[in-house]
Design a protein around this ligand. Structure first.
Ligand SMILES: [Zn+2]
Length: 468
């Protein structure tokens, strides 16, 4: 008996990894279509509304659903308690857009959210078109079906607190229901039905993007997590995509503004220093130096702050139009002091008092001829008497012209940076660079690779399994 007990325990432990989170048949997925709305139009030839109290209402045609407050909606003059499930034998339309499955109306602080609940494979039919071109080779479409299916399962429940699994935007995966369906994509989904990439028995986090630019990147350099199957891999085939070469020009002022909106306050940026370069010349970290300070950030953060559609990837080289470094600032301010001792003393004391904005200081350093003009302006602003009384704080320390400069930094490091009042990014690739590159996968498919080989290449160490 003891032997059989041990054997059954061993068998049990052997079988555990194959029961992937209990997925042995096709799961359903719920997608938030319209979040926190006060009204919407639902249409079908014949549909039934089932409310939380057991009430049923049959409706035909277009029905306006309005929030009734207190976790209820008004449908055809009747008050229904949320959540309300809407079922139809045909397609259901939300604001004239068709969807498979059912709608579930859930409460959302004073309003309601329309959730589309449907089988996972039907969900994928409304997803793939936003990721790949249906005219691409069949194997890249199949690879995308596998990665999207796996991604959806791994991320399922992400919006659990709002009453659904995934949203319909690129926060999760863009989803557009029946309008996005295409026969070639449906075939790719059906021919990979239930196929999922697993890591340690769970659906892997199969991030994907448009074009890696030659090498994918370590997920750690983007989002910070250490995931063994999301490490850099080199694309085995060279390819051309619409993103093989792009450029993006931005002024240091605008760069500083966008960084500040993302919570990175360094003032107007005049220098960018690549700090860490990863495989494939991908810039992983940069130091941004501005009029208010300096900060080392991930290039991904820089990309998000500047705009992911403008700074298309983190594989870029950088050029600036010169500008200034601390060394230049010191030299410039020394020159200035030599020019006119009395004016410089007043200027320094005004600077100490904070009479100039950082932009004005920058402008003065770049355009020495404007200093007199700025001096007059500042004196007019503060009154000549203030300038006189502050003479006691006169110092010839040129650092004062740059009050918030980090003096501990060493100049040699900064000379590796690119300086300017305007920066030009020239790069290749599009997207975060983690996991499968769609254009790279297309090149593999064109070179005869099947979908199974493509996904194993991008997510090494994962296991491809058919769950149902
Ligand atoms: Zn989302």
């Amino acid at each position: 008996m003891k032997f059989w007990f041990k054997m059954s325990l061993v068998l049990f432990l052997l079988l555990v990894p194959f029961c992937v989170q209990g997925i042995s048949k096709e799961p359903a997925i719920s997608v938030g279509l319209a979040q926190g709305v006060s009204s919407c139009a639902i249409r079908s030839n014949n549909m039934t509304f089932y409310d939380a109290s057991g009430k049923q209402v049959n409706m035909k045609g277009t029905v306006t659903v309005k929030s009734g407050g207190r976790a209820s909606v008004i449908v055809g003059g009747k008050s229904l308690a949320l959540p309300v499930t809407v079922r139809s034998k045909g397609l259901l339309y939300l604001n004239d857009k068709p969807y498979r499955g059912v709608f579930v109306l859930v409460a959302s602080s004073g309003s309601f959210t329309v959730v589309n609940e449907l089988p996972l494979e039907d969900y994928l039919k409304g997803v793939l078109k936003m990721e790949v071109n249906p005219s691409w080779p069949a194997e890249v479409l199949r690879a995308q079906a596998i990665t999207a299916r796996t991604y959806a399962l791994a991320e399922k429940g992400r919006h659990g607190s709002a009453g659904f699994d995934l949203c319909a935007t690129d926060h999760c995966i863009p989803y557009r229901g029946v309008n996005a369906e295409d026969p070639k994509l449906t075939h790719a989904i059906e021919s990979t039905r239930g196929m999922v990439l697993l890591y340690q028995g769970k659906p892997a986090r199969t991030f994907f993007h448009s074009d890696s630019g030659g090498w994918t990147t370590d997920v750690q350099s983007v989002w910070g997590a250490d995931i063994p199957y999301l490490k850099p891999v080199q694309e085995p085939f060279q390819y051309q995509s619409p993103y093989s070469s792009w450029s993006f020009k931005i002024s240091g002022d605008e760069l500083g503004r966008r960084l500040s909106q993302a919570g990175i306050n360094v003032g107007s940026v005049f220098e960018i220093i690549p700090v860490k370069i990863g495989p494939g010349d991908r810039v992983e970290m940069v130091e941004v130096v501005g009029t208010k300070g300096r900060k080392t950030i991930k290039s991904h953060e820089l990309r998000m702050a500047l705009g992911a559609k403008e700074l298309k990837s983190t594989v870029f080289s950088l050029d600036g139009d010169g500008g200034t470094t601390r060394r230049d600032v010191l030299a410039a301010s020394e020159d200035f002091i030599d020019e006119s001792q009395s004016d410089s003393a007043t200027l320094i004391s005004l600077t100490q008092e904070g009479a100039f904005t950082s932009e004005e200081l920058m402008d003065m350093l770049l355009h020495p001829e404007k200093r007199g003009e700025y001096l007059k302006k500042a004196l007019a602003r503060r009154g000549k008497s203030t300038a006189k009384t502050s003479k006691k704080s006169q110092k010839k320390d040129p650092k004062l012209l740059w009050p918030q400069w980090d003096t501990s930094a060493d100049d040699e490091v900064k000379t590796r940076g690119v300086r300017g009042t305007t920066f030009l990014f020239q790069g290749k690739g599009w997207g975060h660079g983690v996991g499968m590159s769609q254009w790279g996968a297309k090149a593999m498919a064109e070179n005869g690779w099947p979908a199974e080989k493509i996904v194993r290449y991008y997510y090494p160490g994962t296991e491809l399994r058919k769950l149902y």
